[in-house]
Design a protein around this ligand. Sequence first.
Ligand SMILES: Nc1ncnc2c1ncn2[C@@H]1O[C@H](COP(=O)(O)OP(=O)(O)OP(=O)(O)O)[C@@H](O)[C@H]1O
Length: 428
Amino acid sequence: MPRNPLRNKPPGDRAIRFKCSLQNTILDVLRLRPGWQEVTGDAEWDFYWCDVWWMKETFDHAYLEEHMRLNHFRNHYELTRKNLMVKNLKRLRRQLEKESGKLEAQKCDFFPSTYELPSEYHIFVDEYRRNPGSIWIMKPIAKSQGKGIFLFKRLKDITDWKKGTEYQPASDPNKETPETYVVSRYIENPYLIGGRKFDIRIYCLITSYSPLKVWLYRNGFARFSNTRFSLESIDDNYVHLTNVAIQKTAPDYDAERGCKWSIQQLRKYLTARHGQEKTDQLFNKMNEVFILSLQSVQKTMINDKHCFELYGYDILIDDNLKPWLIEVNASPSLTASSKEDYTLKCGLLNDTLNVIDMENRLTGKEKRIGGFDLLFDDGPVYLDDALISDPINNYGTTMNAFLGCANNRRENLRHVYRTAQLVKKSSN
Ligand SMILES: Nc1ncnc2c1ncn2[C@@H]1O[C@H](COP(=O)(O)OP(=O)(O)OP(=O)(O)O)[C@@H](O)[C@H]1O
């Protein structure tokens, strides 16, 4: 019997040959990995950190040997394209409502009301009219780093924009149809720290969709806006968009400070202000967001044992301590914006490679590998008490939520994961 059922190790004792399409921390990590050797061009490889274009253009024609591993699933975009993510989440909500009732379906209300434009324009207009005075945010589905995003209040802003050059297919001879956008309810009551808005980046590593196996990274970060939050100036992206790509162009941006907090810092702050229980509830709800969103695409994803995916989740917290899913990134930025950021990303990537285990060192029974905790393995994972120690550093385990009430811990967790269990049962 092989020790690890995935049996990644290439035959013989030769080096693990890797290819890498990116020129940032991942390349540094791969180059420093003992026993790994870089190959380029058409050379044969065992491990390829590719870009999403390679998946689209080449994967379907490539023959992959048993031990080869790739960092994307073929149709990763089911979760990472803004319009498809919402379509899949809406479907999950409908399914839960039909099978388990409205109350369970409400557990899926962690994404703001969203419509695809132009295809759902009329449904959006009905919703817009039912919510007079609300603020909406428009985002092109195929762009990132805040490009093309704007906020609006009046329907007229949309009609004017539709007439404008960005939307009109005629402005680009290669475009036959208008660019697809999503329009979402803008979360007008974000949780503020020092008067500033922030969002949270958390990493989840999926090593299989069937069965679903999810690893959660304990070290994420909060990204702050450089400018105090206000709803007066909805045209000011520095106030409303917290992505680093936008914030780093602000005139008073401090590159070394980088407007970032570690998750541990954030957790300490929230615990001091709201107490352990409320903070734990927030982090448990986030775990539920990760699991339900992944379950929403589980059946649609083309599972392939050669593939894994490191998703970057963007979560916004509102002033009621409710987490909102903003988007999921298939290629979360691996470029470091500061020394701390470089350390975090190198740690994340090294631990990712440790979980993928090309070296075939694991038994397959591990629940914690480096900074990763196993969150879901065809069902919620309950870590052994020995792994539960420091509530601040153990954010990802969910167990920490119940320190101090050990007897209730499992019961509470079962409650948190009830919906995930229902989804699993109904998918079988
Ligand atoms: N519905 C919303 N309510 C409030 N703020 C939002 C909402 N959607 C997005 N934002 C803000 O806008 C920023 C950019 O949004 P989003 O991440 O969807 O765009 P993007 O261009 O794909 O960015 P990324 O660089 O993360 O790929 C978020 O970081 C968040 O601060």
